[in-house]
Design a protein around this ligand. Structure first.
Ligand SMILES: NC(=O)c1ccc[n+]([C@@H]2O[C@H](COP(=O)([O-])OP(=O)(O)OC[C@H]3O[C@@H](n4cnc5c(N)ncnc54)[C@H](O)[C@@H]3O)[C@@H](O)[C@H]2O)c1
Length: 218
């Protein structure tokens, strides 16, 4: 992580819901920052989360965790965005997309205004579209507006393969590629890499067992 004169190892977080708070907790546990600023449209929620996190500080490396406004993101090396609207009953994915796009158009200019030199990492779904909107809104170079992409799907894939082969998932070098969504895929090409053919056969055998003997394509 880069350090700046204004804030050494400072991180920002916009959105203190389930995902954002898990991120904040992981940052605190791993001791990778000495300052973390939390922002949420629901300030009372952010304040409550900050209180809980701060109460855990006696057990981790020292750091400062606070509720902030966008101006407090100045000097943050990375700002993570997990702010998003929850899907309403009967709401289509497209309608949700429009609401989250509006949130992104509100958040990104505020971040860039106060922290033009930092990196922005987007997790809000649909993450690839949100990242593209953030890139356009920010006017920043692409290497400073990053989406979480398929990292979660890749982690799930590695875990499942590890479970299937009884191998530590940290030793599995498989990826899910494409969008983080319905069209993503696992590139398993027999003949291209050693072990892929065996993997494909083994997975097909497993899916056949699961589908009661009928041949199932992967
Ligand atoms: N990329 C991934 O792999 C991945 C994985 C899981 C979830 N997600 C996505 O992350 C997002 C957050 O999920 P969650 O479960 O934490 O949701 P959540 O509802 O628990 O939290 C969302 C938070 O965003 C806040 N918020 C809404 N509008 C805001 C605004 N304009 N400014 C600041 N804060 C605002 C809300 O007050 C809330 O606290 C969702 O879009 C979800 O789909 C992505």
């Amino acid at each position: 992580m880069t350090s700046t004169a204004e804030g050494r190892n400072k991180l920002g977080l916009v959105g203190t819901g389930m995902v954002g708070t898990s991120f904040a907790y992981a940052v605190m546990q791993r001791g990778i920052a000495n300052e973390l600023v939390l922002i949420d449209a629901n300030r009372a929620r952010a304040e409550a989360e900050v209180m809980d996190l701060n109460h855990g500080l006696p057990f981790v490396r020292p750091m400062r965790i606070s509720v902030g406004d966008y101006a407090d993101l100045a000097g943050a090396a990375v700002t993570v965005i997990t702010a998003g609207a929850a899907q309403r009953p009967g709401e289509t994915r497209l309608q949700l997309l429009e609401r989250n796009a509006a949130i992104m158009r509100e958040i990104i200019p505020a971040i860039v205004r106060h922290n033009p030199d930092g990196i922005t990492l987007i997790a809000t779904n649909p993450v690839d579209i949100m990242t593209y909107i953030a890139l356009q809104e920010s006017g920043l170079p692409p290497e400073r507006v990053i989406g979480s992409g398929t990292i979660l799907d890749t982690a799930r894939f590695r875990y499942l393969l590890g479970e299937h082969y009884n191998v530590d998932p940290r030793s599995i070098h498989a990826y899910i590629v494409g969008e983080h969504g319905d069209s993503e895929l696992a590139p398993v090409e027999p003949g291209e890499h050693r072990g892929c053919a065996a993997l494909r056969l083994s997975l097909r055998r497993r899916s056949r067992v699961r589908s009661g003997g009928a041949a199932a394509d992967l």
